[in-house]
Design a protein around this ligand. Structure first.
Ligand SMILES: [Cu+2]
Length: 346
């Protein structure tokens, strides 16, 4: 007796089967994971990455006249721009260049009295406020960051009755380089991969850039609806886009590896649909949605989350239990398969 009790022999016999069971479970684990869909290639959801674009430098010369007027009176810049305004007073009167701190083409109403103009700037401050004597020149630097997309800032002369006589202008900030970057792909299966894009930012409007790459050979478009929380249909999108121009309509060139940047400005939070406008593609399922500060629907199976790992463990555990039961019963029954019956010799 070497301490081998009543259970020693069956357990020793079961050992190879237990090892086999572990091997089966080891093979089964990835199989379970694959069958649950968690190991599918490619992300289901694209998440926006915030970036800080470099600042561009732009110069503009603005003349002040006794009309009284600014020439030019309308200035347009992109976001992420430092605008240097070179002021030249060409008149015989003193003028000011006073820039509103408040976005809005009519933030300071045109019918404001001189007292109301003073009150407006006292209350809201100003982005710049310089006074130029006749013949004087001055330079003013104004910075428009990523938060300024779609803003409009008035500039006026606060000398009494000059603004009232029309001495006013605007600086309009259009989209610029994107401050949120995303990636998407088109495939010959007529799909966007991923078809769910997520943007979470603290300030709107926001300029978004999507790098759209072609995985297949067909050409496509990446076309974003300007209407949020609105679903296009393959039947109506053509006429819809004629009356409501898309935020962006970027052609994705044919050929694997070709790509295009689709940059567009999202005015406010919401869900924005994007489609491929090539005939037949949208109807075949070539569309997706941008979730802008809106929770996206739960993905089919989010990769590497506790839920997936839980199911994998349950699947592997079940296989392990089954294999152990097979092993233990085999240990008691004897070797498997049973010894073949010997046929009598001829
Ligand atoms: Cu397409």
């Amino acid at each position: 007796m070497r301490g081998e009790g009543r259970w020693g022999r069956p357990l020793r016999r079961a050992l190879p089967w237990a090892v086999a069971a572990l091997l089966v479970a080891g093979i089964g684990l990835p199989m379970v994971a694959a069958s649950s869909g968690s190991l599918r290639a490619g992300p289901e959801i694209g998440y926006g990455v915030a970036v800080t674009p470099p600042m561009a430098h732009v110069n503009v010369t603005v003349a002040m006249t006794d009309a009284p007027a600014y020439l030019p009176s309308a200035i347009t810049v992109n976001t992420s721009t430092i605008l240097t305004v070179h002021l030249v007073n060409q008149g015989n009167l003193t003028h000011t260049f006073t820039v509103s701190n408040v976005s809005g083409a009519d933030a300071l109403p045109a019918n404001s009295t001189p007292q109301q103009v003073d009150r407006f700037f006292n209350q809201n401050g100003s982005r710049a406020n310089v006074s130029l004597a006749p013949g004087a020149t001055a330079t003013v630097n104004l910075s428009f960051g990523v938060d300024s997309a779609l803003d409009v800032f008035q500039f006026v002369s606060v000398i009494p009755y000059q603004f009232q006589a029309g001495m006013a202008g605007t600086i309009s900030v259009s989209g610029g380089p994107p401050s949120v970057l995303l990636e998407d792909n088109t495939s010959d299966a007529l799909q966007f991969l991923p078809n769910t894009l997520v943007v979470n930012v603290t300030h709107y409007p926001v300029v978004v850039g999507v790098d759209v790459s072609n995985l297949g050979s067909f050409s496509h478009t990446f076309t974003v609806s300007a209407f949020s929380n609105f679903s296009l249909s393959p039947a109506n999108f053509t006429s819809f886009f004629q009356s409501h121009p898309p935020l962006v309509d970027a052609p994705v060139p044919s050929g694997a590896g070709s790509s295009v940047w689709a940059n567009f400005t999202i005015a406010h939070a919401g869900v924005y649909q994007y489609i491929c406008t090539v005939p037949g593609h949208f109807a075949s399922g070539m569309y997706g949605f941008v979730y802008a500060n809106v929770a996206p629907p739960p993905p089919p199976v989010p990769p590497s989350t506790a839920i997936v790992q839980g199911w994998v463990l349950v699947g592997a555990g079940l296989l392990l239990v089954v294999a152990l039961l097979v092993g233990l019963s085999a240990a008691y029954v004897g070797r498997l398969p049973p010894k073949p019956v010997e046929l009598p010799h001829e």
